[in-house]
Design a protein around this ligand. Sequence first.
Ligand code: GLU
Length: 470
Amino acid sequence: MMAPVRVRFAPSPTGHLHVGGARTALFNWLTARHHGGAFVLRIEDTDRSRSTDEHIASIVEALTWLGLDWDEGPPAPGYRQTERLEIYRAHAEQLLAAGRAYYCDCAPEELDRQRQAAHQRGETFRYSGRCRDRALGAGALRLAIPPAGATVVDDLIHGPVTFEHGQLDDWILVRTDGTPTYNFCVVVDDVTMQITHVIRGNDHLSNTPKQILCYEALGYAVPAFAHVSMILGADRSRLSKRHGATSIQAFRDAGILAEAMVNYLARLGWSHGDQEIFSREELIALFDIKDVASSGAIFDATKLEWLSHEYLKTKAGAALAALVEPFLRGAGLPAPADPARLAAICDTVKERAKTLVELVERARFYFEPPAAYEAKAAQTFLTPEGARRLDLLCARLPAERAWTPAVIEQAYRTLAAELGLKLVDLAQLSRLALTGGTASPPIFDVVALLGRQEALARLRRARAAAGGAS
Ligand code: GLU
């Protein structure tokens, strides 16, 4: 019987979660969910000088926002490498006892000298193996790798990649000061967490042969590997801050919907025919790590915004209302006490917004009266004739208890017919009065949602601006 699928996302908490890391997390999560397996979150914090609790919290927050829930990991204990030092020590002893590792007391200065000399010759430095047969009792612990032959990484995305042992060396597992090295911790963690598929960025591909040799030395089966290609900017260089926002929180704060972000990240290097929009369930059903492209994927912010718009316009107003509150605060606007009203407001503007930030800007007029009227429209509409029409409108608008879009529309239609006007003439005049411009959601919805008192106050203000006696 096949072992249940177990995958892990193993960020180093030295910064925020970026697009590349988030996509790696997503591909792992989808693999786990597709196979009904487990998704493990492991924090690789052995680089103590750069790892911080704030970064762990930030990564956890970003994964949570994306909805990538983990089956094992923090806050449960035992998923931070700094909590696992005893486990690494035990495995180092096992390798030493089995004769698969040895101590080395070569002076760091001497190794540095050799390293520099190799670089000057244009060669990669390889440890000479000087201490291999010296049976020392202390020093740095090195893995004794088979000197001849090759190790093949049978990558699920790239196919077999061969590394000659002549290119590798007896790498250090534990430093002289007793601290385990990065590659050793990763192997011991993947072994003890029973990881079946290691899915990570292909910047780690060169570590993989070293790690495979360590699995073999420990006597454990090697997991499947998939190295996901890098994400590139439009200039095809590796995506970085130079290309604009890359942290997940920056996209959240720009008002991109989480569903859109997940959909976008899934399509960065993975595809299923020409389909662009995938529900989470579809992604889980269709995703296979083998279908991920081996070439780098280009990050396209315009496409992300397009997807965000697609999700925004189909999302229910009530769901948007729940998301929009921090953005209202950010724009200096009060959240309405009535969630149903906020939901209705969102419904009127979502068609024309790509992000929650834009949605709030388009809804701003619901929360505060226009600071000014669009000059050109004011010239056209705020005339003595405009003043007369505004007076009539104010007199004809329905009473409070009948304040609904349908009744308001009826009042407009009746007045337009009486005055021999087209409905649009009254509608544009009202838009200008209520929103300061001539582009807005359906005018009867706007009038209804502003409430009778506010709508009338704004119509009267415009009427005053139009001049003439009332
Ligand atoms: N901690 C590594 C990183 O953040 C990932 C290592 C791995 O997945 O094996 O790049």
